[in-house]
Design a protein around this ligand. Structure first.
Ligand SMILES: Cc1cc2nc3c(=O)[nH]c(=O)nc-3n(C[C@H](O)[C@H](O)[C@H](O)COP(=O)(O)OP(=O)(O)OC[C@H]3O[C@@H](n4cnc5c(N)ncnc54)[C@H](O)[C@@H]3O)c2cc1C
Length: 322
């Protein structure tokens, strides 16, 4: 541990759209925010090429450039962006209490407010051809990337509600969608299964897994394997969507913050307040429903406003709403 302990007003954990938006608002409100970027500076959008649906970019923008611009905007108002991973937290239960945060297992920070924007990581299958073609036709976000495959043939892997939802979304845009389900049944709700089965250009293959994604630089096809018979089959596709779930990055908050059964942080009502006073959550880490850059940015703004109001109330010794 280092000897000197730094005390700050507002600590932001995570550097995706939620974290940077929180930083812009917090800095402009003179909270002098300090941000730790984590292992993926810029967040999930740095793993994608084209972002076409973020308002204000009529020609689209590539993800890494957009995140550099967000960083510059946050820094322009005085945000201090630091490379580092928050490795432990000790949040106070008291209104006006000080939250203790450890960075990289050594640096100790004390913060009056904390905004958590640590995101959620999309799960992938992990096979080499899938990893190689990420960004070249393999995507974990149908709503984000489906449009690029308009009128084409694609496949989607997954069996839950999100996979079913994304499969029908893709079927609206693409000529044909093949859905690979590992078991002989779908985990999705009956209503979602009904929607899948009623979609004419959506074919479900049960007991079927990805053997290999085909293509050199971009996806050109898929070799599927029936896990009961071992039979392999190749189909021509241009896009492969992986919809097997996300893991919210909340391990370090376990035992301190309320989470749902899949680890997403629970916030109160329409606010970004967690169960600890002065600790707020924004972005995908508290949203398994929408998971978009613009919604993450929106809640980042909310978290900074919530933090500012909390500090003002603490300072003027007003009663702080739980
Ligand atoms: C391939 C792909 C393409 C996408 N395309 C689009 C698109 O076109 N349009 C769109 O709107 N959305 C798109 N999305 C979704 C979008 O990227 C997310 O909704 C958005 O990035 C969520 O923002 P966030 O700030 O909540 O978290 P993230 O972007 O996930 O950022 C999380 C941040 O937290 C940091 N972090 C995690 N743990 C720690 C820790 N312990 N200490 C410090 N920092 C930590 C990480 O390093 C990272 O900086 C796409 C997603 C993917 C995977």
């Amino acid at each position: 541990m280092s000897d000197t302990i730094e005390r700050i007003k507002c600590l932001i954990i995570g550097s995706g759209p939620a974290g940077y938006t929180a930083a812009i608002y917090a800095a402009r409100a003179d909270l002098k925010p300090v941000m730790y970027t984590g292992l993926e500076p810029g967040g999930q959008l740095t793993t994608t090429t084209e972002v076409d649906n973020f308002p204000g970019y009529p020609d689209g923008i590539d993800g890494p450039t957009m995140m550099v611009q967000l960083q510059q905007q946050a820094e322009r108002f005085g945000t201090e962006v630091r490379i580092g991973m928050v490795t432990a937290v000790d949040f106070s239960d008291e209104v006006g209490g000080i939250h203790k945060v450890t960075v990289d297992n050594k640096t100790q920070i004390e913060a009056e407010t904390v905004i958590i924007s640590t995101g959620a990581t999309a799960k992938y299958l992990g096979i080499p051809s899938e990893q190689r073609l990420r960004g070249g036709g393999v995507s974990a976000c149908a709503v984000c990337d489906g449009f690029f495959y308009k009128g084409q043939e694609v496949a989607i892997v997954g069996a839950g509600d999100t996979a079913a939802e994304e499969a029908t979304y893709l079927a609206n845009i693409c000529n044909k969608v093949t859905m690979l389900v590992r078991k002989d049944y779908m985990k999705a709700s009956k209503a979602m299964q009904h929607r899948v089965n009623a979609t004419k250009n959506l074919e479900v293959r049960y007991n079927t897994e990805v053997d290999e994604v085909l293509g050199d630089m971009v996806v050109e096809g898929l070799r599927m394997v029936n896990n009961q018979t071992g039979e392999k089959e190749e189909i021509a596709i241009t896009g492969l969507f992986i919809a097997i779930g996300h893991k919210p990055n909340t391990d370090i908050f376990k035992g301190q913050l309320d989470m749902d059964d899949t680890g997403y942080l629970i916030t109160k009502g329409k606010s970004t307040k967690t169960n600890k006073p002065g600790v707020f959550a924004s972005g995908d880490v508290q949203d398994k429903e929408y998971r978009q850059a613009v919604t993450a940015a929106g809640t980042g703004c909310m978290a900074a406003l919530d933090a500012e109001r909390y500090l003002a109330a603490v300072e003027s010794k007003e009663e702080v709403e739980a």
